[in-house]
Design a protein around this ligand. Structure first.
Ligand SMILES: [Zn+2]
Length: 253
């Protein structure tokens, strides 16, 4: 292709999920853009001291980016960026910061296909806002996981048996990640799936249905987290390395 050809530029909101130094002065950015989904972007010269782009390219920042796009190219070229929400509240608390990284990692690892996913962008952006505002980390994290699954068409079934479709599941607290949701008593017995303790069930239900988090003293948050991650991994067809999740679990300990 002839050099000097002007490529189309797109302007989109984007979240920096991860960045890797490139050469002496540049970044490779792994971003989730609102309009075009996951996008690899080369930010030439942005690591130079005093770069006006520096604050817009911090991880977990939502920025407006202008990108020169050539379809099919692995990395697009950053033209300009300005920060919209820096989420500086994340940096003052380790668990908040680690939870934000874990949410970003879900978008990074499980959104393999490119293409627009505006609802996922909005859910991640909202999770970062909520963590920045100091809302409870566990509830924000779990709600993000549940909504992420839902937006990709993998929502956990909660109002009917995920295996046989029986709507009589009100009293059932048995959840199967492989079936994709709650099981009626007969299917739960047949599949040897135990009931979740009531408090734990309520935590999961709140995350999936976006209800206020119940008083959760007795609920097992770790169990809920495992159910949601197992569910996403099954739909994604594998369990990638989740370093940020490991970091979060260490940070909580
Ligand atoms: Zn059933």
């Amino acid at each position: 292709m002839a050099s000097g050809l002007t490529l189309p530029q797109v302007t989109t909101r984007a979240i920096v999920l991860r960045r890797i130094p490139f050469g002496e002065t540049s970044w490779i950015l792994h971003t989730l853009t609102e309009d075009d989904g996951p996008m690899g972007i080369l930010a030439k010269g942005a690591r130079r001291k005093g770069s006006p782009l520096a604050s817009a390219l911090e991880p977990l920042t939502v920025s407006e980016m202008v990108v020169s796009v050539r379809p099919g190219r692995e990395l697009q070229n950053l033209v300009n960026a300005s920060p919209l929400s820096a989420h500086e509240g994340l940096s003052i608390d380790l668990e908040r910061h680690a939870t934000a990284l874990a949410c970003s990692e879900v978008a990074l690892r499980f959104l393999r296909e490119s293409g627009p996913v505006p609802p996922v962008f909005r859910e991640l952006s909202m999770a970062l806002d909520h963590l920045h505002e100091g809302r409870p980390c566990r509830a924000v994290h779990h709600r993000f996981l549940a909504s992420f699954a839902e937006e990709l068409g993998w929502g956990l079934a909660m109002d009917h048996c995920a295996q046989c479709g029986n709507p009589d599941v009100l009293q059932s607290h048995s959840v199967s990640s492989s079936a994709g949701g709650v099981l009626c008593p007969a299917c739960a017995r047949a599949s040897h799936v135990d009931q979740l303790p009531r408090d734990t069930w309520e935590l999961l239900r709140a995350a999936v249905l976006d209800l206020p988090t119940p008083g959760a003293d007795g609920g097992d948050w770790d169990r809920v987290e495992d159910v949601l991650y197992d569910h996403i991994c099954r739909h994604a067809g594998g369990r990638p390395r989740l370093d940020a999740l490991e970091f979060l679990r260490t940070a909580r300990a």
